[in-house]
Design a protein. Structure first.
Length: 248
């Protein structure tokens, strides 16, 4: 059975054959689910790989083509399709030929549809609308257009509509409250030493107490003292006259 070539040799031959331009095209930058710039994931149109005449292709050519499609599906992490190809590679050449002619595109279409549905997880409004529009009009071309371009265009709109976080609110509350309370108590406590008047009163009056007698009170006391002296002198003179008369 000449069709049973080693799988490793067929995979090596697959890499030696030039890939289609769509496969060799490098991904361009785009936004991921968290709005971070990443390299786009490019989904290959495997119809461009089906260039071999499947009716006249040898067993080796059929298996080589199947391995190329399998390698592409694994690189793009497609569901459904890799398992379907591996299952057919275990069968006869005619089963593989029939699968490559018709069923491979059916399995690939299902894989692309599942990939579109996966983009709805955590998606924004624009991505959900674009994905739903693609799912409502299913076709391989619509799936590829969405996954390669439409998804990233819608995601850019969703990311642009998100509010930009600002650091201003966090800085304002931290500075204002700390300065005002600390200044107010310190100003109040410095005004405390008012008992200066009590000290001045004690210094001028001594330990015992009152203020010195000055002004009008001094004049009054002097007048009374002078009057008493005059009265005393007059009484003394009158007393001497009476005594002298009595003796005579």
């Amino acid at each position: 059975m000449r069709w049973k070539f080693p799988a490793g040799a067929l995979i090596a031959l697959a890499f030696l054959i030039p890939a289609a331009p769509a496969m060799a095209q490098a991904g361009t930058p785009g936004l991921n689910e968290t709005c971070q710039t990443v390299e786009r994931k490019t989904y290959t149109d495997i119809r461009k790989l089906l260039t071999t005449d499947l009716d006249t292709a040898t067993t080796a050519q059929l298996r080589l083509l199947a391995y190329r499609i399998l390698d592409t599906a694994n690189d793009e992490k497609l569901p459904v399709l890799p398992d379907a190809i591996e299952e057919k590679l275990k069968g006869t050449p005619e089963e593989l030929r029939a699968f490559l002619k018709t069923d491979v595109q059916k399995a690939w279409s299902v894989a692309l549809r599942v990939s579109v549905v996966r983009t709805l997880t955590g998606a924004g409004v624009q991505v959900r609308e674009a994905a739903q529009k693609t799912l409502d009009a299913p076709s391989i071309d619509a799936y590829l257009a969405y996954l390669n371009d439409g998804l990233y265009a819608a995601r850019a709109l969703d990311c642009a509509s998100q509010p930009t976080p600002s650091a201003t609110p966090s800085a304002t509350p931290s500075g204002t409250p700390s300065a005002t309370p600390s200044a107010t108590p310190s100003a109040t406590t410095t005004v405390a030493p008012t008992p200066t008047s009590s000290a001045s009163l004690g210094a001028s009056g001594g330990e015992g107490g009152g203020l010195p007698v000055t002004g009008a009170n001094t004049v009054t006391v002097a007048s009374i003292g002078g009057a008493l002296l005059l009265l005393g002198g007059a009484g003394y003179l009158i007393g001497r006259r009476r005594r002298s008369r009595f003796v005579a």
